[in-house]
Design a protein around this ligand. Structure first.
Ligand code: SF4
Ligand code: SF4
Length: 146
C-alpha cells in the first residue's frame, strides 16, 4: 500500500516538473521557423556553395590549383585585345569539401562561398555546376521560399 502511494507521489512530482518547464517556455520568444516559408539566415562565416563574380575574375587559375579535391576547372580564350577571358568554369559540387581555400586564394575576390545550404538533389548531374550560368543555383533554393 505504501509503495502504491509512493508511486502516485513520484508521478505527480514528475508531472509538476514537466508543467513547470512548459509554463516557463510558453512566455519565451519563439525560436522555431516555419520552414520552408521561413529560412534561417546563415552566419557571416558560413560556407555554402562555390559561386563566382564573373566580371571580377582575371583567369589566374589560382583557385583551380589550390583546390584539394580538384573540383574546379576552367578554360580561357584570348579576346581581340589579347586579354584572357573565361570560356568555361565548372564546379563539381560532389567533390567539394567546402574548405574555402579557393575563396582565400583568389586575388580579386571573384570566387566565394555563398549562403545556400539546400544542396540535396535526386539527380547527380545537378551537382555539376556551370559557374558562368547566372541561374545555376535556382534549382537548389526551395521553390516554396519567396
Ligand atoms: S571550397 Fe575547397 S574543395 Fe570546394 S572548390 Fe573551393 S577549394 Fe575546392
Ligand atoms: S582565383 Fe579568382 S581570379 Fe583567379 S581564376 Fe579563380 S576566380 Fe578567377
Amino acid at each position: 500500500m505504501k509503495k502504491y502511494f509512493q508511486n502516485i507521489a513520484i508521478g505527480a512530482l514528475s508531472l509538476i516538473k514537466g508543467l513547470v518547464v512548459t509554463f516557463k517556455n510558453i512566455f519565451c520568444p519563439k525560436i522555431t521557423l516555419q520552414y520552408p516559408s521561413e529560412r534561417q539566415s546563415m552566419a557571416e562565416r558560413f560556407r555554402g556553395l562555390v559561386d563566382l563574380r564573373v566580371n571580377k575574375c582575371i583567369v589566374c587559375s589560382q583557385c583551380v590549383r589550390i583546390c584539394p579535391t580538384a573540383c574546379l576547372s576552367l578554360s580561357a580564350k584570348l579576346t581581340e585585345e589579347k586579354k584572357k577571358a573565361l570560356e568555361s568554369f565548372k564546379y563539381n559540387m560532389e567533390l567539394c569539401c567546402f574548405c574555402g581555400l579557393c575563396e582565400q586564394v583568389c586575388p580579386v575576390s571573384a570566387v566565394y562561398l555563398n549562403k545556400i545550404y539546400e544542396v540535396a538533389s535526386f539527380n547527380r548531374q545537378d551537382l555539376y555546376i556551370d559557374l558562368l550560368n547566372p541561374e545555376k543555383y535556382v534549382k537548389f533554393v526551395n521553390p516554396a521560399v519567396k
